[in-house]
Design a protein around this ligand. Structure first.
Ligand code: ADP
Ligand code: 5GP
Length: 193
């Protein structure tokens, strides 16, 4: 379990564009936490850095990681594969760090089985229009991809509620308030475990 290994495994999920990365960045700084860099077959965007935002790999390399059991969890999201490399997470937990996984609901369900004491947060948008605004504001994808991600957001939110794995649902309306709330929840959890 996460606390037995000294650290805290923290999962942050939410629909695309809700503000996961923005909140995660603040949490990482505030708590001196470690970000788990996922492996993905998704193409790299011009705003992203390889090995920092993701380890961008070929479909063959991803399949090899599955075959060699190198991944703590993996899932197919928006027609691409995403997974969490196991070894860095295990090592950082052993050293007592807060390790942050920004993963989808399918991944969170897999992690919950392996780490019953992990803290799992799901970020919700203040409303549908705001979510679409944020997806567009990020200026990362074209309109067609944005519409697909927006449509998928409803499914992701329903799946999160139905999964029963999340400890807290957090609305990201005012950003600073959402960050404060997330930090408070994590600090409370650390005291308890
Ligand atoms: P995600 O990682 O969930 O896909 P991002 O963190 O990339 O989302 O945020 C999507 C966009 O929304 C970014 O442009 C970000 O600056 C903006 N954003 C995040 N949180 C808020 C907020 N509370 N209010 C307004 N804009 C926000
Ligand atoms: P994006 O393409 O916007 O960076 O990520 C798309 C979705 O994939 C998001 O919901 C994100 O949380 C999820 N994701 C990113 N990395 C992983 C991972 O390693 N495992 C799983 N299961 N989902 C991931």
């Amino acid at each position: 379990m996460s606390s037995e290994r000294g650290g805290l495994l923290l999962v942050i999920s939410g629909p695309s564009g809700v503000g996961k990365s923005t909140i995660s960045r603040a949490v990482l700084q505030r708590l001196n936490a470690v970000f788990s860099v996922s492996m993905t077959t998704r193409p790299q965007s011009s705003m992203e850095t390889d090995d920092v935002d993701y380890d961008f790999v070929t479909a063959e390399r991803f399949q090899q990681a599955i075959d060699k059991d190198e991944l703590l969890e993996w899932a197919e999201v928006f027609s691409h594969r995403y997974g969490t490399p196991r070894q860095p997470v295990t090592e950082q937990l052993k050293s007592g760090h807060v390790v942050l996984l920004e993963i989808d609901v399918q991944g969170a369900v897999q992690v919950r089985k392996k780490f019953p004491e992990a803290l799992m947060l799901f970020i919700l948008p203040p409303g549908k229009e705001k979510l679409l605004e944020r997806l567009r504001g990020r200026a990362r994808e074209d309109e067609q991809v944005i519409q697909r991600r927006y449509a998928e957001a409803q499914c992701e939110m329903h799946a999160a509620q139905a999964s029963g794995v999340y400890d807290h649902f957090l609305v990201n309306d005012d950003l600073n308030l959402a960050i404060e709330r997330a930090v408070d929840i994590i600090e409370e959890w650390r005291k308890r475990t």
